[in-house]
Design a protein around this ligand. Sequence first.
Ligand code: GN1
Ligand code: MG
Length: 361
Amino acid sequence: MSSPATIAAHFDLGAPVDSIRPQAGGHINSSYVVTTTGGARRFLLQRVNTTVFTRPEVVMDNLVAVTDHLSGHLAGSTDQERRALRLVRTRNGDDWLRDAADGQPWRCFEFIENSICLLEPRDANDAREAAVACGRFLTHMAGYDGPRLAESLPRFHDTPHRFEQLASALERATDERRASAADAIEFALARRAGAGSITSALAAGVLPERIAHNDAKISNVLFDDATRRGLCVIDLDTVMPTSSLFDFGDLVRSMASGRPEDETDLDAIDVGREVFVALVDGFLDGFGATIEPLERALLVEGARIMTLQQGVRFLADHLAGDVYFRVEREGQNLDRARAQLRLVERIEGRRRELEAIVAAR
Ligand code: GN1
Ligand code: MG
């Protein structure tokens, strides 16, 4: 691997590099903040993880299409340079770079100044702002008319397929892991029959396909550090044609309970009404002018399905021996699975109430 300094020199930064430091956070790609001389400008240099993204050229083609579309869409608007990620081209005019030493893909963004990244919402307002940013992204991308984006991670949000993966993990699991997870397995499998509600509506063409973010959580939204308003979504590697419901669903899954993803006190898990209202409000604020009636009608089902799907993914990974989601302790993926599944149970139990909240907006 070439050094980040060697890589940075290939990009068109407008001035010589002064300093480079690693940027913490992000479990998948490696990032560096590059400052040019005089501290004039900053950039985010990133190496794409090719273990997860085995076809980086697909990821990069999508990224170029999306960022170009967004900057065209935002041209002339206030604070435009902080409203979307923008790529910096190489000195040769290429969109990204393959390291001559090892072929690894690198890209460079303009650094978004005076912004912060939140790992969790402090209050309902933070949740609302994250939902606005995700909703707005869907609206902006609804006007995209370039070449069809490819699937950077095929069948990523194909819920029935996630159940197939669970079934094969079950067959291969050790007796010990299977026994330890018996409650979660039973709960999940009881929901297999209805798991295709969103995927089949999409395939049948009754639910519109949308260019969605597909990893819609608060840590993928940048906030203005002074106003704490949402600025833009980041981490665009999973942007591909799926459903808006997966983004709304992920917002609910990741924020509605106010508890950590691996919460072990399952009785503490429920849908916080204030946060849920804020998520619906914010999402519709950003996407309400574009959303179709069926999408609106399925918002709560989207939350249920995304939470179920993530529970199934964590459970399958626990059974498979923690090969995908990194764990910090034994049994963490099972805890994550149980926490998701408990939230599914709560969403199901309060479905009418949650649907009434959506209907009232
Ligand atoms: C993974 O690595 P991170 O946190 O951005 C996963 C998401 C899951 C999430 C659950 C490419 O995202 O789908 O929702 O973990 N991303 C991928 O914490 O699998
Ligand atoms: Mg991510």
